[in-house]
Design a protein around this ligand. Structure first.
Ligand code: SF4
Length: 477
């Protein structure tokens, strides 16, 4: 996937005018949010169940090194081959070598953001290995060459006529139809054929259980289960924070995850795999490989302020309540992760210089924090990242702000700390600003303020500040 985080503003502007995206953004996130709220009520004590999610994830992170080693020991004892990958290059290289060693011509994949993060598809295809996404939405997004629009509905915004033409062109749909059932059947037949001849399946991991060495995946289509049970070789890629201490804690997170994601009490398919298949079992891979990927996370882990984002379980709950995401959808975020969690993860993994707009694009309304199943304080993290972006921080890939902006904020801070200077500045700005007002609204401004007024206007500044009015009232007694 090509990284396009630097095109955030441009893509967001385009998406604001996209009628297909509009229809689904008006419906899907709101629908999923209502479903989520209703599903949470099925816990005997919803608030306690919610809080427990944060406690489990915080404890898992506190014990992360120990839990990962425990997971490795138990998974290896069950016959899993565990590989530690420092970065995407190492993880991709391991998978490519495995495929080449076994003469694999194509691989099938279950939906996985982590393999999008490391650009696995591109590498395999460059080396002559076909890659087929098997989640229906991801399959459509792959054929279109677009990033996912939403975690739950990667291609939910694509009009049915476009899917018809795509399937006729790419997967041999013969009869033109816009019937969703027939289109679904065409994709199913195409992918079933791939499943029947597959030799290697690749998936992500929702959770890894340290006490048993088990990997857990949850889904609704059954394609991940196919990917895990049919091929000779199965590769699961997990980012290192996905480990949880015990099966009991994993089961609580699973209940929360399904409710927060789609409003279901449980996804249609939950797969728990501990090692490859035994000789007396019919289904399952002969070789199970689990790749534990770092890719910059140990660096985040060292910063106690940033570590919190590693609690994320990718449920998508924060996307559905975010007023920015609900206007622009997933494309503008320009990479594997979108919505509030993407606004934090993308900058941390790619560097702040490539992602400045993502960090700024937040109203700090706190809706994401309230919806997060693990209690992540996204607004607090975004403010922290903004301060790092302003000061500059080589570890986070942030150069200091350009001198005019740095100078402006220094002058602002100086004026704000000096009452006489502040009052004089306010009077000056008010007279300049209000000069352009028409019927009490300002619709145009010079310089950097011009962009602010492209799609909104400001009320004219009041004739008197609060302090001036207060002084007037005191004078009048
Ligand atoms: S940050 Fe968002 S996606 Fe991650 S667990 Fe919280 S609500 Fe879910």
């Amino acid at each position: 996937m090509k990284i396009k985080t630097d095109q955030y503003a441009e893509t967001a502007r385009r998406e604001l005018g996209n009628p297909n995206s509009r229809v689904f953004l008006n419906l899907l996130p709101a629908f999923l949010s209502v479903m989520r709220q209703a599903a949470m009520q099925s816990f005997p004590d919803p608030a306690a169940a919610h809080a427990m999610g944060g406690v489990i994830r915080a404890e898992a992170l506190d014990r992360l090194p120990e839990l990962l080693e425990q997971f490795e020991r138990n998974a290896t004892a069950a016959g899993t081959k565990v590989f530690w990958a420092w970065d995407g290059h190492a993880a991709n290289g391991y998978i490519l070598d495995l495929a080449l060693k076994h003469g694999i011509g194509y691989v099938t994949k279950g939906k996985s953001m982590i393999t999008e993060e490391i650009g696995l598809n591109d590498l395999l295809e460059e080396n002559g290995i076909e890659v087929w996404e098997t989640d229906l939405g991801e399959f459509i997004a792959q054929l279109l060459g677009r990033p996912p629009f939403h975690i739950v509905g990667p291609a939910v915004n694509v009009p049915v006529e476009e899917i018809r033409d795509l399937f006729m062109d790419r997967i041999g749909l013969e009869k033109p139809t816009t019937d969703p059932v027939e289109l679904g059947l065409a994709a199913r037949n195409f992918l079933r054929d791939k499943f029947h001849h597959m030799e290697m399946g690749i998936t992500g991991v929702n959770m890894a259980v340290a006490e048993t060495g088990t990997i857990i995946n949850v889904e609704n289509e059954g394609n991940i289960r196919f990917n895990k049970s049919s091929p000779r070789i199965q590769v699961s890629v997990m980012s290192l924070e996905k480990v949880v201490p015990t099966m009991m804690e994993a089961m609580h997170l699973l209940r929360l995850l399904c409710r927060n994601c789609t409003g279901q009490e449980l996804g249609a398919y939950v797969s728990l795999d501990t090692g490859p298949k035994n000789p007396d079992e019919i289904d399952g891979p002969e070789e199970l490989h689990v790749i534990i990927l770092d890719n910059g996370r140990t660096r985040l882990y060292q910063d106690p302020n940033l570590r919190e984002i590693l609690r994320c379980m990718r449920c998508g709950g924060c996307l559905n309540v975010c007023p920015i995401y609900r206007r622009i959808g997933g494309y503008p975020y320009g990479w594997a992760y979108s919505g509030p969690m993407g606004q934090i993860l993308n900058p941390l993994l790619l560097g702040l210089d490539r992602t400045r707009d993502l960090v700024q694009s937040c109203t700090l309304c706190h809706a994401c924090r309230d919806a997060c199943m693990t209690g992540i304080d996204h607004p607090g993290l975004l403010l922290y990242l903004r301060s790092k972006a302003a000061e500059g921080d080589p570890d986070l890939g942030a150069s200091p702000e350009s001198w005019p902006i740095a100078w402006f904020f220094k002058a602002f801070a100086h004026a704000a700390a000096n009452p006489v200077l502040w009052r004089t500045t306010v009077r000056l700005v008010r007279s300049l600003f209000n000069r352009t007002a028409r019927e009490g609204r300002v619709t145009k401004a010079p310089g950097p303020l011009a962009a602010w007024l492209e799609s909104r206007d400001f009320p004219a500044m009041p004739e008197k500040t609060f302090h001036e009015r207060w002084a007037d009232l005191e004078r009048k007694g």
